[in-house]
Design a binder for this molecule. Structure first.
Ligand SMILES: *Cc1c(COP(=O)(O)O)cnc(C)c1O
Length: 385
């Protein structure tokens, strides 16, 4: 994809060349099933354990606390349903925020159909959950709190450490969807004080279809996949060996590439935000102005549709995303923007650029060159006045 200006890293990231290189041999030579006893299997098993060590090092836990999954959606589903089924004798109440990813919200809707009760906490206009609200929502029936580390749409970073102290004092399990942060923003499970944490390889320059769930030692959750005895009987299914190797490599690379990337991305992020606000009238930034991911720019451009902007930007080889979700087959704007209190008609004009490790200043300058013209043209044609 030559000349592509890829600014949708919150949706997925390209596979790092070194990740791809590390994976290849597990397709060609070392294809043995890691559960077998002969040497071809042992090589694969060792590769998995090596990857587990690298993942654990990145988030500061013991390798035995990492279970490999098929990605963020499975990890989130597992944390919720696995806790619900393991602790339903203790209680049936779960607390999440209104701005969680669908991989959290949909399992909640499912559990509500099966006798569980879910509290969906509101957020403030910046997208922040108030830790006091978590405290007030906990009842003797509460078995789980699940709050995301950073939001995938507006990039707001939640007060996880404060919430972790509250759940610990109340003896309630705490799950964190860290799919947007692991490998892109510092994650230390000890500091965050969580019991479970989800991540996905394809959001950190690894392959799609593989991720992990951190489960604190001693915490009991029911398996989601019953089958063979893989992953210490926690998750049946033959290991995705190459995928796991890729995830491990991506975590190892993140140790060195993440700090400088955060630095350069935040400079370019601020340049893009400032440029859009200066060059395009009636625009606004969505989400907290400072407590946000270094790579996230989410703005509303009033009087036009996000989808229209997205398609025009695509014609200029710029990839980004919009929070007005015709993509999901509905005309409702994103639940996240609405939870921030953004009026429906304004939320329809949202556009999200998420930068990455290879985003350059030239690319941002190019966006700032073409974007105002696109908006002007669309506004002239727009029926919304
Ligand atoms: C991408 C994403 C997911 C889903 O992860 P997959 O690996 O794509 O299933 C879950 N939560 C958040 C916050 C995400 O950004």
């Amino acid at each position: 994809m030559e000349n592509l200006i890829y600014l949708d890293h919150a949706a997925t990231t390209p596979v790092h060349p070194k990740v791809r290189q590390a994976m290849t041999i597990y397709f060609t030579d070392y294809y043995g099933n890691p559960e077998t006893l002969y040497s071809a299997g042992i090589v694969a098993r060792e590769a998995i354990e090596d990857a587990r060590g690298k993942v654990a090092a990145l988030i500061n836990c013991d390798p035995s606390e990492i279970v490999f999954t098929s990605g963020g959606t499975e990890s989130d589903n597992w944390a919720l349903k696995g806790t619900a089924f393991a602790h339903q004798k203790k209680g049936n109440h779960i607390i999440v925020s209104q701005i969680e990813h669908h991989a959290i919200l949909e399992p909640c809707h499912f559990l509500e159909k099966h006798g569980f009760e879910v509290t969906y906490l509101p957020v403030d206009s910046g997208g922040l959950v108030n830790p006091d609200d978590v405290k007030k929502a906990i009842t003797p029936k509460t078995i789980l709190v699940s709050i995301m580390h950073a939001n995938n749409e507006v990039g707001v970073i939640e007060p996880i450490e404060e919430i972790g102290k509250i759940t610990k004092a109340a003896n309630v399990s705490f799950h964190v969807d860290a799919v947007q942060t692991v490998g892109n923003y510092p994650v230390d499970v000890k500091r965050l004080g969580c019991d479970m944490l989800s991540a996905s390889a394809h959001k950190l320059y690894g392959p799609k279809g593989v991720g992990f769930l951190y489960i604190r030692k001693g915490l009991r959750i029911e398996p989601l996949l019953h089958g063979g005895g893989q992953e210490g009987k926690k998750r049946g299914s033959t290991h995705n060996v190459a995928g796991i190797v890729g995830l491990g490599k991506a975590c190892e690379i993140a140790m060195t590439e993440m700090p400088p990337a955060m630095e350069s991305e935040s400079v370019l992020r601020d340049k893009l935000i400032k440029g859009v606000l200066e060059r395009i009238p009636i625009t606004r930034l969505n989400g907290h102005p400072t407590r946000r991911l270094p790579n996230n720019v989410n703005m509303c451009v009033e009087k036009i549709e996000g989808e229209a902007m997205l398609l025009c930007l695509d014609m200029n080889r710029i990839c980004c995303s919009s929070g007005s979700a015709c993509t999901t087959g509905s005309l409702e704007p994103s639940h996240v923007l609405l939870a921030l209190g953004i009026p429906v008609e304004i939320a329809h004009g949202s556009i999200r650029f998420t930068l990455g490790r290879t985003t350059s200043e030239e690319q941002i300058n190019y966006v700032l060159d073409v974007f105002p013209g696109i908006v002007e043209r669309l506004r002239r044609m727009s029926p919304i006045k």
